[in-house]
Design a protein around this ligand. Structure first.
Ligand code: IVH
Length: 675
């Protein structure tokens, strides 16, 4: 590619990548699949590798830089980064208004208020010069913070250039904004799951996770953490300022900054107080943790004129939510057995309301946590609840002990099957290693059904199947008969047929799903997809040495060892044999085409749309079995669109991109067959 052409393509790609990042992260409405997005980024990387002189500082490829820093440099803020006065009740809000009303000149117009979530993350201060992100700092002591620019660049929602939309308002020559970096609750749960499955310690809460990630000296680690940014105020600017807070938020939005949609404007303080009180409950519906509501005078000139006292501006106040914790009595401990045999302790509590929800059970994490905190049955304990996260016992109140408390003893035998438990050296968990343990089998079965998308196997049915001795491993589902099912309570003809059909349909699940369904420790959906991309068949994976597995990007030696050990067990070989005889996919569909003609669609990418003569999944399988690939949306990489009746936006898109359009008949012709 000539340099001029490369330059033009790089610019197109950058614009497209920034556009799609913004659609995905900020507007929550992606227009292309993750795969298509990755291909845009890959293409840009390739061009920039070939022509390094074309790399620009705001290129989306420049979010992660090379070497770890030694330490963070200090930066002075252009204006003090103040904190807020607190209110915890309606009365406090009324008192705040009374205090400031006295200071306002008589002619002040009626006040209105902007209310915003008080994000429970880390404050950051971002500097933009001539539209380019130049510097980002922590709050520090409010006067001097630390330069964390390199880490902040890795956050995909942080605009490296403003306006993000080239048609947006022009950026002021200098702009400093303030915002909060945090981790969404769902992402936090997934992050902890990922850490635990690779045997790393989990974070206590999203805030700690965000703080730990932002203060990494190696930004490559930060880049792997799902950090989000919400911007909420303008610290200083060279240009004219919006006159109200809600206009400032709208202006920041049009520049392309991520601004939380959850803000409102009210004309009187009663409404503000109602809103704050309603959010005590309402906060549980937010996708992130908020520890209060920030109430701000909407008129920024009035707010500025009020000034600050003790480092806190008078024009705003933080309504703090009550702590999401309560004190109650630990009545007993229940032990349950998970899919991998881990025995987990659960606290049974004297029911107590926490932020509007009655809590009677809470996690005790594991036996090490119990011992470290010396938690005993009968103790008064502090129970915490954070957003959607399961409540947990954080510790006992030692002063409340009367001597009748009883130590929690780890079970020596499995509470389900009664076999002795095992406590591996160096691990916090204790395990039941009995392969026939019914509690484990029930969990394995529901997990398997979930991954293979077999509807109709919830915990109840799983218990029935295990109790009736019909299932000794999830793969036994494929040899169940209608008679077997009809024996189960609550099963009539229709239900049995439906379940058998769902089981049969699951045989079409791709290889990576089958691999994930096996329940190998550390091999969930993402790892399975990575593995099957590197080892496209079960034979290839089974015969791979641990070093080969460990060298795959995204995997490590522990998972590699677990996988090799799993396949080495005769019992697991028997399972693999059964999967094979059941006809499950034990190889990826897109293996390189060997014989031309047998794979007429090798290397071709199809998109299917509209109503066709057979179910779309069937047609999809028909195409993939001939070496083709089927994706979900039309792009420049699509070779053909197969369109049935009532084709909609995909057809239009294909026409726009001049992607050839095939009828079903055309498709058959292309394959050189008649069906
Ligand atoms: S405005 C001049 N708005 O809460 C006061 N602060 O003590 C500017 N925070 O660490 C603060 N969400 O960074 C404001 N929507 C929001 C906020 C917010 C979180 C943080 C702030 C500071 C603390 C206030």
């Amino acid at each position: 590619m000539a340099e001029a052409k490369a330059l033009q393509r790089a610019e197109e790609l950058r614009e497209a990548i920034v556009f799609h990042e913004h659609r995905y992260y900020v507007l929550n409405s992606p227009l292309i699949s993750d795969g298509q997005f990755d291909r845009l980024v890959d293409e840009l990387h390739r061009i920039e590798q070939r022509f390094p002189e074309l790399v620009t500082p705001d290129s989306p490829t420049q979010r992660v830089s090379g070497e770890p820093a030694e330490r963070f440099q200090k930066v002075e803020h252009p204006a003090p980064i103040l904190s807020l006065d607190k209110a915890t009740s309606r009365e406090d809000l009324v008192a705040w208004l009374a205090r400031i009303s006295k200071l306002l000149p008589e002619e002040t117009p009626a006040l209105s208020y902007t209310v915003e979530p008080k994000f429970d993350g880390l404050t950051v201060v971002l500097h933009y010069r001539d539209g380019l992100f130049e510097l980002g700092a922590t709050r520090g002591d409010g006067r001097v913070g630390e330069d964390i620019t390199t880490n902040l660049r890795t956050i995909p929602t942080l605009p490296l250039r403003i306006p993000v939309d080239p048609d947006g308002p022009p950026a002021p020559s200098y702009l400093v904004v303030r915002g909060e970096v945090l981790i969404l609750l769902d992402d936090f749960a997934a992050l902890n799951k990922r850490l635990l499955s690779s045997e790393k310690p989990a974070f206590a809460n999203p805030r700690n996770a965000a703080a730990g990630s932002l203060r990494q000296l190696d930004s490559r680690i930060t880049a792997q953490r799902p950090l989000r940014l919400y911007v909420y105020s303008i610290v200083t600017t060279g240009g004219p300022l919006p006159t109200t807070q809600h206009e400032a938020l709208n202006y920041l939005t049009t520049l392309g900054f991520p601004v939380a949609g959850e803000f409102a404007v009210f004309g009187d303080l009663e409404q503000v107080a109602d809103y704050c009180e309603s959010m005590v409950e309402g906060r549980n519906a937010l996708p992130y943790e908020a520890d209060g509501i920030v109430v701000k005078l909407d008129d920024l000139a009035t707010s500025a004129a009020l000034g600050a006292v003790g480092g806190r501006p008078r024009g705003a106040v933080a309504f703090k939510f009550p702590a999401q914790e309560a004190i109650t009595t630990l009545l007993d401990v229940e032990f349950s057995v998970g899919r991998t045999g881990v025995i987990t302790p659960t606290a049974l509590l004297d029911p107590v309301p926490i932020a509007g929800v009655t809590v009677s059970r809470a996690s005790l994490h594991n036996f090490d946590a119990i011992n470290e905190r010396d938690i005993r049955i009968g103790d008064r304990v502090v129970v915490k609840r954070a957003g959607d996260v399961i409540p947990y016992v954080s510790g006992p109140i030692l002063d409340a002990r009367d001597g009748d408390e009883v130590e929690i003893v780890a079970p020596t035998h499995c509470p389900s099957c009664g076999e002795p438990v095992v406590h591996p050296e160096g691990e916090t968990a204790i395990y039941c290693t009995n392969v026939a343990c019914p509690a484990q089998l029930v969990q394995k079965l529901t997990y398997f059904a979930g991954v293979m998308e077999i509807e109709g196997i919830g915990e109840r049915t799983a218990i029935q199947l295990v109790d009736q001795d019909l299932i000794h491993a999830p793969v036994d589902l494929y040899t169940l008969t209608k008679d077997n099912l009809m024996e189960l309570e609550g099963f009539a003809e229709k239900k049995a047929d439906n379940l058998l059909a769902a089981i049969a349909a699951s045989k079409a699940q791709p290889f990576d799903r089958v691999l994930a369904s096996l329940g190998i420790r550390g091999v969930g959906g993402t790892v399975a997809a990575t593995l099957t991309a590197a080892f496209p068949s079960l034979e290839a994976l089974e015969s791979a040495p641990p070093e080969a597995i460990a060298s795959v990007e995204g995997l490590g030696p522990i998972t590699a060892r677990t996988i090799v050990d799993w396949f080495a067990r005769p019992r697991h070989q028997a399972i693999v044999d059964k999967l094979r005889s059941a006809g499950l996919n034990l190889a990826s569909a897109q293996e390189p085409a060997s014989v031309q003609g047998a794979d007429p669609f090798a290397g071709l990418t199809f998109v299917i749309t509209g109503t066709l003569s057979r179910p779309r999944n069937e047609l999809k399988r028909w195409i993939t079995s001939r070496g083709g690939k089927v994706t979900g949306s039309v792009s420049t990489r699509t070779d053909y669109l197969v369109a049935g009746e009532n084709a909609g936006s995909k057809l239009t898109r294909a026409q726009e991109l001049s992607v050839p359009i095939l009828s079903e008949d055309d498709l058959l012709q292309l394959a050189g067959t008649s069906g």
